[in-house]
Write a protein that binds this ligand. Structure first.
Ligand SMILES: N[C@@H](CCC(=O)N[C@@H](CS)C(=O)NCC(=O)O)C(=O)O
Length: 237
């Protein structure tokens, strides 16, 4: 049994306790950045409707005492509001909006290609109980079978890699973190976009000389090695 005052983060889990959700990754990093201890509670896709009376359709969901918050942005805002004396996730409203821009920009430049590269791998990794739900919901959303979406994925690797060029350029001109001298939410969003494929992809996304790898390693090492705490495949090869 978990103690009543334990902060819980409901976190998507697939087989071998892999944790692929990019949104859950950033929420876990947000908690760690605030220095808050938490329990990452593993949930399957089909567990979500049974949580909190079906109040939230997606994870992450944060449970902090009587407060139940869904959506990674709402969680980040809640944490800054509820714990103002701890390191802030957003130094200003401007930083928050720039982080939203970063999310949208990375989703369009890289996320869509990464999705087509990993979607069949996600299916193959979800728990047995989630298999049919994952296939049916994603095929309905995408209008094609998972196999059709994944077909020719090798040919999209270069485009997926290039989708992170803005991150490489920003790091080359600054760093060591995207947020500057110390890590921030921009780093957590971007790391989530990479820990997602690293959790399930059976094809390495990056080349072994990619400068993103040393930055990602720095982010993984943060907060007691949070980014190493669940199983990952090699992201490069
Ligand atoms: N806008 C949400 C998106 C969260 C989201 O899409 N989570 C996915 C897992 S990566 C999910 O829970 N999907 C549930 C489902 O497809 O049934 C956030 O930022 O938290």
């Amino acid at each position: 049994m978990l103690a009543m005052d334990t902060i819980r983060l409901y976190d998507l889990a697939v087989r071998d306790d892999r944790r692929p959700s990019p949104f859950c990754w950033r929420a876990k990093y947000a908690l760690a950045h605030k220095g808050l201890a938490f329990e990452a509670v593993p949930v399957a896709f089909t567990d979500i409707p049974a949580l909190f009376g079906g109040a939230h359709k997606t994870v992450p969901i944060l449970e902090d005492g009587s407060k139940i918050i869904g959506d990674s942005w709402a969680i980040a805002d809640y944490l800054d509001e509820a714990y103002p004396d701890r390191p802030r996730l957003f130094g200003s409203a401007t930083e928050r909006e720039l982080c939203r821009f970063l999310e949208a920009s990375l989703f369009l430049s890289a996320g869509r290609n990464v999705l087509t590269i990993v979607i069949k791998d996600i299916h193959d990794h979800v728990k047995e109980v989630d298999r049919e739900y994952f296939r049916t919901s994603r095929e309905k959303r995408l209008g094609r079978t998972l196999e059709e979406v994944a077909a020719g994925r090798e040919d999209r690797l270069d485009a997926a890699r290039a989708g992170f060029d803005s991150v490489r350029l920003a790091l080359a001109g600054g760093g060591p973190f995207l947020s500057g001298a110390s890590p921030g939410y921009a780093d957590y969003i971007t790391a989530g976009f990479l820990l997602w494929p690293a959790s399930v992809a059976t094809i390495p996304l990056l080349r072994s000389d990619d400068p993103l790898l040393s930055w990602l390693g720095r982010v993984q090492d943060l907060h007691g090695g949070l980014g190493h705490k669940s199983p990952l495949y090699p992201l490069s090869g």
